[in-house]
Design a protein around this ligand. Structure first.
Ligand code: PEP
Ligand code: MG
Length: 324
């Protein structure tokens, strides 16, 4: 099957009627990067940097991080590297970091909240990223943003990082900035955040968890496609509409993007980019190349009318059956 899919690798990633979408890869460690190029990923859309910490005995310092990011950039042959700052907390345990026990870790000090409380860690990471950006194309994004203040504080720390780099006479380059929209609060206040941003990436895993108040790691709750619920899809549609209006690129980086049967819906909703598990990239691309964008848009409009997860699920299966 994978062999047959290789035929899609070098084709332009666009539908029969000419609508293009960028397919990038989600990456959790450096070993995966060479594989990305084999499947024709257009760079990395989500580099989960906390994976660098999970087995580390000590926090990597600025130079160690700089080298890691440079290695990743180098392997990508000019395609962009989208670095998400450390998303620690919640279910991600990091032995080398101080983390308090929390009653509700998913609602606790995670993602950008942790970074804003541990500013030296954040500034060190940002400095390493800005220096690495001098060697290639880098995009930087923040996880778990839920209010504008967090974004403003993050940018204030980025200014501090730049000042330090200038004082230390280090070369660095500007990057594009984005956020992972993964809380309903971010989706609902996105209009105020967009003026600060070059791109937005929808984190549908957490957006589902926080919208449906359903623990993403609870196997009793994680049935079929909770992301494909009317509630989450309404938020996704809202996010896309606001980004389009503001002229900000919009990507989706949750697991749902790797399900090829869902591609017609996601594309039909107007996403510009997907960042997906590289093992699924060619299967997803095959659906792009074989598809008609006009049909995807109709399909998305139809799903928009449905009120239950099971009806949405059924419509997606049906579309996939008829078109494959
Ligand atoms: C998400 O929440 O959808 C996401 C892509 O990030 P993670 O799965 O690492 O939380
Ligand atoms: Mg997330």
């Amino acid at each position: 099957h994978q062999q047959a899919l290789m035929a899609f690798k070098d084709l332009p990633c666009q539908t029969i009627d000419g609508r293009a979408i960028i397919l990038r890869a989600n990456v959790g460690n450096l070993n995966e990067i060479s594989h990305l190029m084999e499947v024709g990923a257009q760079g990395i859309g989500l580099f989960r940097t906390e994976f660098l910490l999970m087995n580390a005995k000590a926090m990597p310092d600025e130079d160690q991080q700089y080298k890691l990011y440079c290695d990743a950039i180098h392997t990508l042959n000019g395609q962009p590297l989208t670095i998400r700052t450390f998303d620690v907390g919640a279910d991600k345990e990091i032995p080398c970091l101080k983390q308090n026990n929390e009653d509700n870790p998913a609602l606790g000090v995670r993602g950008i909240r942790y970074s804003l409380l541990h500013q030296n860690m954040f500034i060190t990471q940002v400095k390493a990223i800005l220096r690495a950006a001098n060697t290639g194309s880098v995009r930087l994004m923040f996880p778990m943003i839920s209010k504008l203040e967090e974004l403003q504080q993050a940018f204030a720390l980025i200014e501090q990082a730049k000042t330090q780099l200038i004082e230390q006479q280090q070369k660095f380059a500007e990057v594009e900035y984005g956020i992972v929209v993964e809380t309903p609060a971010a989706a609902l206040t996105l209009d105020a955040m967009l003026p600060y941003l070059h791109f937005v990436s929808i984190g549908s895993n957490d957006l589902t968890q926080y919208t449906l108040a359903a623990d993403r790691s609870n196997t009793q709750l994680a049935h079929s496609y909770p992301t494909l619920s009317p509630a989450v899809l309404k938020l996704v549609a809202m996010i896309i509409a606001q980004c389009k209006q503001a002229g900000v690129k919009v990507c989706l980086c949750g697991e749902i993007g790797g399900d090829e049967t869902v591609l017609p819906l996601l594309m039909g909703m107007g996403l510009d980019e997907l960042s997906i598990n590289p093992n699924h990239l060619l299967a997803v691309k095959s659906q792009v190349v074989k598809g008609q964008y006009s049909q995807f848009v109709e399909h998305a409009a139809h799903i928009n009318q449905l009120n239950t997860i099971s009806a949405i699920d059924e419509a997606i299966k049906q579309f996939s059956l008829v078109n494959n």
